[in-house]
Design a protein around this ligand. Structure first.
Ligand code: ADE
Length: 225
């Protein structure tokens, strides 16, 4: 899978996407993540990629020209399944959206900035708008990082234990069960006996019960769907 991320702050994304699982996926060639600086696509002498709002009002707006230019260049090189714009007013990002995106070949993510992007970008160039939650970030970079991380870790071969993505919270639309590691007894706080029993079937049932119990307690809304 290839993800092209377009941003005015490339440094903000290099860090988070260069560590741990995602970095390993990149090194193994399972995910190609290319971060583009939008300023490289402007013809403006000052490398500016924003301008005043028509009609007046506070805040700058991302202009269409450099965005159109980079989209045209990328689209001339390969076909893209989705061109995503990160924005607080997009569809809500969740595990189900992550699963669907992880089946695609090529994605572009345009990080929103300033007061937002010229509406014509959204009307004519973007295929999907995604929000990572009902709050406003200073820019779409962290949102693009969240989306990329959640999607890339689902790609086959990225996680060392193939099944471990399947037992994540939300993957079955319920939360994950509690997990424990050594020591079995810490200051009298004990690991449940069942996990030390070696009885795989019983352990599996226990985990499922615990997952349901945790979901009922913490996220009852998930069980309604
Ligand atoms: N840009 C600013 N806030 C955002 C959010 N909540 N989700 C996605 N992009 C954003």
């Amino acid at each position: 899978m290839r993800i092209d991320i377009i941003t005015v702050l490339p440094d903000l994304l290099e860090g988070p996407l260069n560590h741990s699982i995602i970095n390993r996926a990149r090194k193994k060639g399972l995910a190609e993540i290319v971060i583009h600086n939008l300023r490289d696509y402007t013809t403006d002498a000052y490398k500016s990629v924003d301008d005043y709002t028509y009609g007046g009002g506070a805040g700058m707006v991302m202009t269409i020209e450099p965005i159109f230019r980079i989209f045209e260049q990328l689209k001339s090189e390969r076909n893209y399944n989705e061109i995503i714009y990160t924005s607080p007013d997009g569809e809500s990002f969740n595990q189900s959206v992550a699963n669907k995106l992880s089946t695609l070949q090529n994605l572009i993510i345009l990080c929103g900035h300033y007061k937002g992007v010229d509406q014509r970008v959204r009307d004519f160039l973007i295929t999907r708008e995604i929000s990572i939650g009902d709050y406003v970030l200073s820019g779409g970079e962290l949102a693009a990082g969240v989306i990329t991380d959640a999607v890339v870790r689902l790609l086959p071969g990225v996680l060392s234990d193939e099944t471990s993505a399947l037992t994540d919270s939300f993957q079955d639309k319920i939360l994950a069960p509690p997990v424990y590691t050594r020591p079995a007894d810490f200051k009298g706080w004990k690991v449940p006996d069942i996990l030390l029993s070696g009885n795989t079937k019983e352990i599996e049932n226990w985990r499922h019960e615990q997952a349901l119990e945790r979901t009922r307690k913490l996220r009852p809304d998930l069980l309604k769907t």
